[in-house]
Design a protein around this ligand. Structure first.
Ligand code: DX5
Ligand code: ZN
Length: 232
């Protein structure tokens, strides 16, 4: 995984057909996505449940590129090795998931993976101040985590702008997760985000047997985001 700040589209398989994850991952990659975003929820840190490391391991062979695993679980440390063994390339934990986030990030990098840190919408940037040299990605949640299809929270655009300035020359991605569409993507791209997670906006209108809409949706988000960068 080399570092660059080009716009990357990362469909969240939270909006895919859960009975068909392998084929869905193949379909979105064939339709031009960059990363595959995998949402793990525990029914405790967030009010929803999805799946764990066994499912991640099962879908791994169906993903050629980057498998981006977003852990919405607490506690998190005890499960890092399992998600690393499942083949995640990026493992993102929440800054709100426990008192020892520094240790969590050490454990992710210690497992040989790229380390991501996610911030809920109500969490300030002071929490990442002393962690920026030990992360590969900061995920700014633009919805409250737990569900797809929620409304983008506009106040987070300013957070992205300030985070981009804090990151400076460090090779750290800014990922946006929640409510990303061709309307909101340009706003966060202009503010400095480079990884755009999108669930409902990518999967709408398509299916494994009719995957062309996935490609159209991915292109629409990418084109809108790249246009905002050119205009800046
Ligand atoms: C929310 C998840 C997101 C979600 C995004 O807790 O982390 O990845 O699936 O879904 P959309 O793009 O529909 O807001
Ligand atoms: Zn996510």
């Amino acid at each position: 995984m080399s570092f660059d700040r080009r716009i990357k589209i990362a469909p969240s398989i939270l909006s895919a057909d859960f009975a068909n994850f392998g084929a869905e991952c193949q379909a979105i990659e064939a339709q031009g996505c960059d990363w595959v975003h995998v949402d793990v929820m525990d029914g405790h840190f967030v009010p929803n449940l999805t799946f764990g490391p066994a499912t991640c391991a099962a879908i791994r062979p169906h993903i050629k590129g980057v498998m981006d695993v977003h852990l919405m679980i607490s506690p998190v440390d005890a499960y890092i090795d399992a998600f690393a063994a499942a083949g995640a390339d990026v493992i993102t934990a929440h800054v709100e998931a426990g008192p020892h986030v520094h240790r969590t990030l050490q454990a992710i990098r210690g497992a040989g993976k790229k380390a991501g840190l996610a911030l809920n919408p109500g969490t300030g940037l002071d929490t990442v101040d002393y962690l920026l040299d030990m992360v590969d990605l900061v995920c700014v949640m633009t919805v409250n985590p737990g569900f797809g299809g929620q409304k983008f929270i506009e106040s987070q655009i300013d957070k992205v702008r300030r985070l981009r300035a804090m990151i400076g020359d460090r090779p750290v991605h800014i990922e946006i997760d929640g409510g990303v569409t061709p309307i909101t993507a340009p706003l966060v791209a202009a503010a400095g985000a480079d990884v755009l997670v999108a669930g409902s906006a990518v999967f709408k209108g398509g299916s494994v047997s009719n995957p062309a809409p996935y490609g159209e949706n991915i292109r629409a988000i990418r084109t809108a985001a790249e246009a905002a960068l050119k205009a800046a």
